[in-house]
Design a binder for this molecule. Sequence first.
Ligand code: KG4
Ligand code: ZN
Length: 344
Amino acid sequence: MKILGIESSCDDTSVAILDGEHRILANVVSSQHHVHGKFGGVVPELASREHLRNMQPVLNQALADADCQLADIDAIAVTYGPGLIGSLMVGVNFAKALAYGLDKPLIGVNHIRGHVSALFLEYADIQLPGLALIVSGGHTHLLLVKADRELVLLTKTRDDSAGEAFDKLAKMLGLGFPGGPVIDRMAAEGDPQAFSFAFPRFSDGSRDYSFSGVKTAAARFLEKDPQAFADPDGRARKDLAASFQAAIVHQLLNRVKHGLRRERGIRSLMLGGGVACNTGLRAAMKALGLEKNRKVFITAPKLSTDNAAMIAAEGLRLYQQGVRHGLALSPEVRLKAYDSVALL
Ligand code: KG4
Ligand code: ZN
């Protein structure tokens, strides 16, 4: 059994091939950072054009890496949401054409559920129920993962995602896109207590995540003393990056702690999505696991940022449950990642 996964929901074109035992035979990712870098964020129209250009060569490379041919593929999984409409359309239509041409089943995969599946692809020993914090450029979700892999939303962001906040600070500092990795590196040399960021509190008592406040606060710090931030290697930039990152990590972990307090019997803590690459967040999650005596699972960087192996993994899980979408599948920009909601 071989399943082919296709991911094109945002700015990475990726094709992966997994065998029936969830072994990764190929996972090719073509990133578009060089295209969007100068704009400080993903330009949707350019992203879909790049996907069109890259999809076939990426597929060819994946087949070569897996040492197989299209005729060896038994099923096709593709991200159909959430994401950018133009980008999703390229992947979904490409997948449909393959499924039609090869006469093989087509399975639509939810991108965020794909990030959850990346954890199970990498680790065979995750004990459930667990809490999964999925943080990417477009989403920030804290999910309860039940024993049968049912996903319950505990909280999500009401405005920007954490990844978006990193990207926006980098843009304000003229550091290109994506901003997370650059801010992460700068933060390592700064003082996380140099700047203070208010913790978001809502009058309705909700425990939503919110990252637009840290972004605005950072903009104020920059406006107040532009001179201090002018030196690209100066103290002020490093301190701001460190304090900004610490504020984001603190907020992310605060909700995980609430989740642990409220949900009974949590056995694992999981972290996935592109922001799971963040060294500060990884360290904080591991420390929380030690403190609370829970095992921590964090995807390796290659499986944290967008990739088709996670889509193929989720697709294979659905395929084994008998799910088939067929050629009527169409992109759903606002597809929900969870089965039910039980807000913190
Ligand atoms: O999951 P992903 O590849 O794409 C989406 O589904 O959005 O996540 C990309 C996001 C970007 O916002 C990027 O800045 C962020 O992940 N990111 C990081 C780091 N590496 C990537 N954020 C903070 N620290 C990092 N080291
Ligand atoms: Zn993602």
